[in-house]
Design a binder for this molecule. Structure first.
Ligand SMILES: C[S@@+](CC[C@H](N)C(=O)[O-])C[C@H]1O[C@@H](n2cnc3c(N)ncnc32)[C@H](O)[C@@H]1O
Length: 254
């Protein structure tokens, strides 16, 4: 079995600490759902709590689950107000209709069985519940970062979420198949200042990209790093570099 969360056990200490990328999109996703204080929210594949933090700040009652023990340890230490559990998204141990909201940010593309995870999310929501799902997206049209995506795509042609041409998950179709309706989406874009190309590389290696990089043979990995660093030098401006990344946020009713 693939157990994609194993990588995140190792990444947990540095995850979202180099640049506040995931926390930004966590706030965007929770903002898109616009929860009322007191809403019971389940964050699935919570990582270090990007959406869970944002939901707590809005007064939600938060449960955060992840399959990586390293992530769960960080969550439990940093979110004492939340209920934190080690759990597989594809088989949740909650009763039907337990939550008003489910969030799952940057998780579906990492799962073996995203359909099972969405069916489980639907099952644990109340009939009037809502889900919020985010996934990484290519840099916005016209962005200088489009070339950066193309470079990574040259090394990962089969993985659309690393910029390549592989199959992109059709989240609206998966949501409908799992029983959700009224699916809406919007793009969210982050522009974060980073002091140097080295910081952006460190940021890449603090997240799922590291799994791809480490899967390459040494020669190809070195070539990828050289190509990425050269492009980051090109993107550098006099006072640093503005990392520009996009995500697609989806929401739907149970
Ligand atoms: C890219 S991270 C996203 C974390 C967080 N949602 C965020 O927005 O920062 C993907 C997360 O999914 C978790 N994960 C992967 N497979 C999982 C599974 N089958 N069940 C639960 N969590 C899983 C990983 O451990 C990791 O924390």
């Amino acid at each position: 079995m693939r157990e994609p969360w194993r990588l995140f056990d190792h990444l947990a200490p540095s995850y979202d600490r180099v640049l506040p990328y995931f926390s930004y999109f966590g706030r965007e996703l929770v903002g898109f759902l616009d929860p009322l204080p007191g809403a019971r929210l389940l964050d699935v594949g919570a990582g270090t709590g990007a959406a869970a933090h944002a939901a707590l700040a809005r007064g939600c009652l938060v449960t955060a689950v992840d399959a990586a023990l390293g992530m769960v340890e960080v969550l439990a230490a940093e979110l004492p107000e939340a209920t934190v559990q080690l759990m597989n998204a594809e088989s949740l141990s909650f009763q039907d209709g337990t939550f008003d909201l489910v969030t799952t940010g940057f998780v579906l593309h990492a799962l073996d069985d995203p359909d099972a995870a969405l069916s489980e999310a639907h099952r644990v929501l109340t009939p009037r519940g809502k889900i919020g799902v985010s996934l990484p997206a290519p840099a916005p049209a016209g962005s200088r970062w489009r070339r950066f995506d193309e470079i990574i795509a040259e090394f990962a042609p089969d993985d659309s979420h690393l910029g390549g041409g592989g199959p992109r998950i059709d989240v609206p179709a998966l949501l409908r198949a799992a029983g959700f309706r009224d699916v809406t989406c919007r793009e969210a874009v982050i522009r974060i200042p980073a002091d140097s190309p080295e910081t952006v590389w460190k940021w890449l290696m603090s997240q799922g990209f590291a799994g791809f990089y480490l899967s390459l043979d040494a020669g190809t990995a070195a070539e990828l790093q050289r190509a990425v660093m050269a492009e980051l030098e090109f993107l550098k401006e006099p006072d640093g570099i503005i990392l520009e990344r996009a995500a697609i946020l989806h929401k739907a009713s149970a």
